[in-house]
Design a binder for this molecule. Structure first.
Ligand code: NDP
Length: 262
C-alpha cells in the first residue's frame, strides 16, 4: 500500500518539501506520496488524532511548538530547541525530532569553520532557537539581534547567550558570521536593509535561512556584492529534508535528486 507522508503548515502552498520528497521517493522506487496539509492551529489536535495513517510529517509554521503534545516522545535535541519539525514512527511510537538544527549546521560548515567564531543571529523565533542550539557548542560567542527586545532577552537568557539590541545596534558588533533567522526576505514581503551595506566585510559569512522559490533574498545579494561568503536557506532546507527522508525511510537520501527538485 502506498505510504502517506506530508507537511502540515498554514499557509502551506509555498512549501518546496513535496517536490523534494516526491522526487526522492520516485528515484528510489519507494511506494509513497508526500502531500500538503493546510492545517489551522485550531485544527491541529483533530488532525493529529485522526490521521494515524500518515507515516511521517514535516511540521512547519505555526505548529512546531504545539505539535509535541500529540506525540509519544520527543528527541533531546527537539526538546532543547523547543520545536519539532519532523514526525516519524519508530517501533510503534510516534517521535518528534528537529532536523533544522543539524541541517543548518551542515550547510554552514560546508563554507566556513565555525570554531571560535563570533556569530550574530538576527531573530528570536523558532528558527533562531534551532540555529542557536546548533551553534552554541562550537562558536566563541552568539549575539541575538531582534526587533522586539523582550523576545531577544528571553531567548538569550534561556540559551546563555547575549542580547545585543535591535537592528540599529548591529553596527556595534564585530561578527565573523551573521545569520538571518527573521522572516524578512520571504517572497512578497518588503525587504528592508537588515545589514547596512558598509557593514559587510569580505571575510564575513552571511547565512540567510530564509529562501525563495526563485532568486535570492536582498540580504544575500547585498552580501555577495560586498564579497562575503554566502549561504542560501535552500541549502538548509535540502539538508534538513535529507535527514527527514532518512528518518522516514531508513534509506540514504538521494542528495542530487532532491537538490534538483528544489
Ligand atoms: P517566527 O515567526 O517564530 O519568528 C519570526 C522572527 O522574525 C522573529 O524574531 C520576529 O521578530 C522577526 N520578524 C518578523 N517580521 C519582522 C520585521 N518586519 N522586522 C523585524 N523582525 C521581524 O518564525 P520562524 O523563526 O519559525 O521562521 C523564520 C524564518 O526562517 C521563516 O522565513 C522560515 O521560512 C525560515 N526557515 C527556514 C528554514 C530552512 O530550512 N531554510 C527552516 C526553518 C525556518 P519579533 O520577535 O520582533 O516578532
Amino acid at each position: 500500500m502506498t505510504k502517506i507522508f506530508g507537511i502540515i503548515a498554514h499557509p502551506v502552498e509555498h512549501s518546496l518539501s513535496p517536490a523534494m520528497h516526491n522526487a526522492a521517493f520516485k528515484a528510489l522506487n519507494i511506494d509513497a506520496v508526500f502531500e500538503k496539509f493546510d492545517v489551522l492551529p485550531e485544527e491541529l489536535a483533530a488532525f493529529m488524532s485522526e490521521r494515524t495513517d500518515i507515516e511521517g510529517l514535516a511540521i512547519s509554521l505555526p505548529h512546531k511548538e504545539e505539535v509535541g503534545q500529540y506525540l509519544d516522545e520527543i528527541t533531546d535535541e527537539a526538546a532543547q530547541i523547543g520545536a519539532v519539525n519532523t514526525m516519524y514512527k519508530k517501533n510503534g511510537r510516534i517521535v518528534g525530532a528537529n532536523t533544522d538544527a543539524p541541517g543548518f549546521l551542515k550547510a554552514l560548515q560546508e563554507v566556513t569553520s565555525i570554531v571560535d567564531k563570533r556569530v550574530v543571529v538576527m531573530g528570536a523565533g523558532g528558527a533562531a532557537r534551532a540555529v542557536i542550539a546548533a551553534l552554541k557548542p562550537h562558536v566563541n560567542s552568539i549575539t541575538i539581534i531582534n526587533r522586539t527586545p523582550t523576545h531577544g532577552v528571553d531567548l538569550a537568557k534561556e540559551f546563555g547567550v547575549r542580547y545585543g539590541g535591535n537592528f540599529a545596534d548591529l553596527t556595534t558588533e564585530t561578527p565573523d558570521i551573521i545569520v538571518n533567522a527573521t522572516s524578512i526576505g520571504l517572497e512578497g514581503k518588503d525587504e528592508p536593509n537588515l545589514v547596512p551595506q558598509d557593514f559587510f566585510e569580505p571575510d564575513m559569512t552571511i547565512f540567510d535561512i530564509v529562501y525563495r522559490a526563485q532568486g535570492q533574498t536582498k540580504l544575500l545579494a547585498d552580501a555577495e556584492a560586498a564579497g562575503c561568503t554566502t549561504v542560501d536557506g535552500k541549502k538548509m532546507l535540502l539538508y534538513q529534508g535529507m535527514i527527514q527522508f532518512e528518518l522516514w525511510t531508513g534509506q540514504e537520501a538521494p542528495q542530487k535528486i532532491m537538490k534538483e527538485a528544489l
